[in-house]
Each structure stands twice: as structure tokens, then as C-alpha cells.
Design a protein around this ligand. Structure first.
Ligand SMILES: CCC(=O)OC[C@H](C)CC[C@H]1O[C@H]2C[C@H]3[C@@H]4CC=C5C[C@@H](O)CC[C@]5(C)[C@H]4CC[C@]3(C)[C@H]2[C@@H]1C
Length: 389
């Protein structure tokens, strides 16, 4: 987009001034109307599996090194959606709605060869904002689970966001796990009123089968001089120089995969030839009252109409309800019951993989390490069956 329309120039420049001196939760920063999105952050978990066949591909690869490469390929294929889809759909990066505690987002991708891939996303913390999610495909025995929060720091020209949390990708057939660390990012283009995300430094994927993938991100002015560039390597853990596969390109576009020994190109990916599968979400009137699009419907409509007054009053309704709930919980000495996820103190799978890449979970910053709770889920399924809902 040509960035901020002239009419908004003054509001945007005063907004930029407010950023420079801001400290606190990203979500508590009031942004001008044209930068607001009517999508809640709890929906962003769906960006992890919008190509179901790529998401499940590792399950049918017998060679462990090639399996690790397919997990890296899937991770890289999610980045464009994670970090560019608002720019594509809405013209620039936007400020998502700040999920309330307990907010849910449920969906399913139906794919001819991959079968059904299901998503459950839950806002497990409001202060600080933390989203936990799981995405699983029964047919191929794949489950991804993870959680993330954001720690933002502001300067005159940009917003730096450190992601706190991680993801674990599990392949049932091989009883294999992959620890995925999350990239820090910064917002470019704020001065022009056309914000977009650039990813910082590097992240790892560490497999329990002994392979490490390292992805190095770069923006303009690096090797290719193109924005959103990266290089990645797959190597036996601890032997960073003994590269088996190398990948390079742009994470918002195409990339190529090479056998590092023979230098031959063995695979490639382009979003132009890999269509995104749309997520199926229940119609609003069949949704639980905690489900995001039903809960935020009035606010979303008001934002869509540019009606900031109604946006404000409808948002206040939700915020006041939340304050009442927190007050009641405090009086009764209890905490909001998370529906699908629980805090864990330790997780051996995570500890082993994290140790190999020297990664420390920052549980203190997200109120704990959040894990999918299968037992809770099964008992909810049983209740649903018995109540015939
Ligand atoms: C709050 C200030 C403001 O509105 O500034 C205007 C700009 C829109 C920049 C701030 C917002 O930018 C958004 C980008 C969002 C991240 C995008 C993708 C992901 C990946 C996903 O897996 C987890 C969430 C995460 C990290 C989003 C977090 C929230 C971000 C940074 C939004 C900023 C409020």
C-alpha cells in the first residue's frame, strides 16, 4: 500500500512519537484506527499448518536426516503466513485484537491426501499475553504443540519483539520430537506508515534423532540484498560444519534445498505453487461463547465500519466482563480453569532437546511452560458424547 493516507498522516506521526517513549505490553499501546485488525492474536496459531500435506510429509520419510530436512522445509513454509499475511491481505502489518483470558480458536483443515488436521488455540494468560496451541493430524500421527508470548521494546523508528516460548513437533511413527525455537522480530516501515516484519538473527530446530537445523535470517543489504532473506543448514547435532543439506532464499517467497555434499538442488518450495488450504471454522451461532470470532463479533464489525466509538464501547464491555471475572476469582481464591492446556514444571523431552542447543525456556515470563493436556481433552470429548452436543 502507499502507506498511510495523507489524512491520517498527523495521527500516525503522533502515534510514532508515542511509541518512542513507550514501555509495557504491546497490547496496551493504543494505535490509530487504520492500523487495527479485527482478528484476534489467538487466531495466529493457525499459521503453523496452512499447508497440511507439507505439515505431515515427515511422517512418511524413512530416512531420519531427510525427515529432519522435511520438518525444516515445513517450518520455513509457515513463515510467509506467520509474518506477511496481514501485509498481503490488509496492505500492511496490523495490530491484532488482544485476546481475553480463556479465549479459544478452534478449526480444521480438510485435505484430500493429508486428511483432517485439527487446531485448538487458547489464550492461557492475559498479563502477559500468552497463546498456547496444538495442531494434530491423526491419519499421519503428527502433533505440534507450543506456546508464545511477546516482549516488546520500542525506539523512535522501530518496535523490537522478542518471542518467548517454543514449539514441539512430534512424529508418532518414529516416536521422534523436534524442538522449534521462535525468531525475534522487528517492525520495519513504521516511519512510512507501512509496517512489516523482519526476522532477526537465527533460530534452531533440534531433533531427538540427532539432527540440528539452524536458520539465519537477514533483511535488506545482506547476501541477496532482498528483504526477508535466510540461509539454513541441517547437520548432525554438535557438528555444525558437517553440513548435510543447505537451504536458501526468501521466507516470504521461494527457496531451494541442496545436498551440501554434491551441491545439487534436490528440492524447492514456492508459495506460488503451494496453495494455502483454508481453515474450516464453525459458524458463529454454533460457536462456544469463548470462541474468538463469536466473542469479538461486535468489535470486529465496528472496526470494519471504521466506527471507533462503537469499537470502544464494545471493547469496554468485554474488558469489564473480564475484570468482573478476575475479581470474583480473587475473592473465591481460585484461578481461571484453562480448558485444554496446563502449566508444567519440567518436560524431559524438552529438557533433552533444549540442552543440545543451549536453549533456556523463560517460563517465568509466560507464567510457566504450557503443555497440551490430552486427559482434559478426552474427558471433554466424553462429556460432549454423553450430552450429545
Ligand atoms: C501496538 C503498536 C502498533 O500497533 O504498531 C503498529 C504495527 C502494526 C506494529 C505492531 C504490531 O505488529 C504485529 C505483528 C505481530 C506478530 C506477527 C506474527 C507472530 C507470529 C505468531 O506465531 C505469534 C505472534 C506474532 C509474533 C505476532 C505478535 C504481535 C505482533 C508483533 C503485532 C504488533 C502489535
Amino acid at each position: 500500500s502507499a502507506g498511510v493516507a495523507a489524512a491520517n498522516k498527523s495521527t500516525w506521526s503522533s502515534f510514532l512519537k508515542s511509541i518512542a517513549s513507550f514501555t509495557g505490553d504491546l497490547s496496551s499501546l493504543t494505535a490509530p484506527p487504520f492500523i487495527l485488525s479485527s482478528t484476534s492474536l489467538v487466531e495466529y496459531s493457525s499459521y503453523w499448518a496452512e499447508h497440511p500435506s507439507i505439515f505431515v510429509a515427515p511422517a512418511s520419510e524413512p530416512d531420519p536426516a531427510k525427515r529432519a530436512l522435511l520438518v525444516l522445509k515445513w517450518f520455513l513454509s509457515t513463515l510467509k503466513q506467520q509474518y506477511c499475511s496481514r501485509n498481503e491481505k490488509l496492505g500492511s502489518e496490523k495490530k491484532p485484537l488482544n485476546p481475553f483470558l480463556g479465549e479459544l480458536f478452534l478449526g480444521k483443515w480438510e485435505d484430500d491426501d493429508a486428511g483432517a488436521t485439527e487446531l485448538i488455540s487458547e489464550q492461557v494468560s492475559h498479563h502477559p499475553p500468552v497463546t498456547a496451541y496444538t495442531i494434530w493430524n491423526e491419519k499421519n500421527g503428527i502433533r505440534l504443540q507450543g506456546y508464545n508470548g511477546q516482549k516488546a521494546s520500542f525506539s523512535v523508528r522501530t518496535i523490537n519483539v522478542k518471542q518467548i516460548g517454543h514449539a514441539i513437533y512430534h512424529i508418532g511413527a518414529y516416536n521422534e520430537d523436534y524442538l522449534i525455537t521462535l525468531p525475534s522480530l522487528h517492525i520495519e516501515g513504521l516511519v512510512y506508515g507501512a509496517p512489516y516484519v523482519e526476522l532477526n538473527t537465527y533460530t534452531y530446530i533440534q531433533s531427538s534423532s540427532g539432527y540440528t537445523s539452524k536458520i539465519s535470517y537477514s533483511g535488506k543489504g545482506w547476501v541477496s540484498g532482498k528483504k526477508n532473506s535466510f540461509t539454513a543448514t541441517v547437520y548432525p547435532e554438535g557438528k555444525e560444519k558437517d553440513i548435510l543439506y543447505s537451504v536458501e532464499g526468501q521466507w516470504n517467497d521461494a527457496f531451494t534445498i541442496r545436498d551440501a555434499k554434491t551441491k545439487t538442488e534436490i528440492d524447492a518450495y514456492s508459495p506460488k505453487t503451494s496453495q494455502v488450504t483454508p481453515l474450516t471454522v464453525a459458524p458463529l451461532d454454533q460457536q462456544d461463547e469463548l470462541e474468538s470470532r463469536r466473542a469479538w463479533r461486535a468489535v470486529a464489525e465496528a472496526i470494519g465500519n471504521g466506527d471507533m466509538e462503537t469499537t470502544g464501547t464494545e471493547k469496554s464491555k468485554i474488558e469489564n466482563e473480564q475484570r468482573e471475572l478476575r475479581k470474583k476469582e480473587k475473592e473465591e481464591g481460585r484461578e481461571w480453569e484453562r480448558r485444554y492446556f496446563g502449566r508444567v514444571e519440567t518436560d524431559e523431552v524438552f529438557d533433552q532437546l533444549a540442552e543440545k542447543i543451549g536453549y533456556q525456556a523463560e517460563a517465568d515470563k509466560t507464567g510457566g511452560v504450557w503443555r497440551w493436556d490430552e486427559a482434559k481433552y478426552q474427558s471433554l470429548l466424553k462429556d460432549d458424547r454423553e450430552s450429545g452436543s
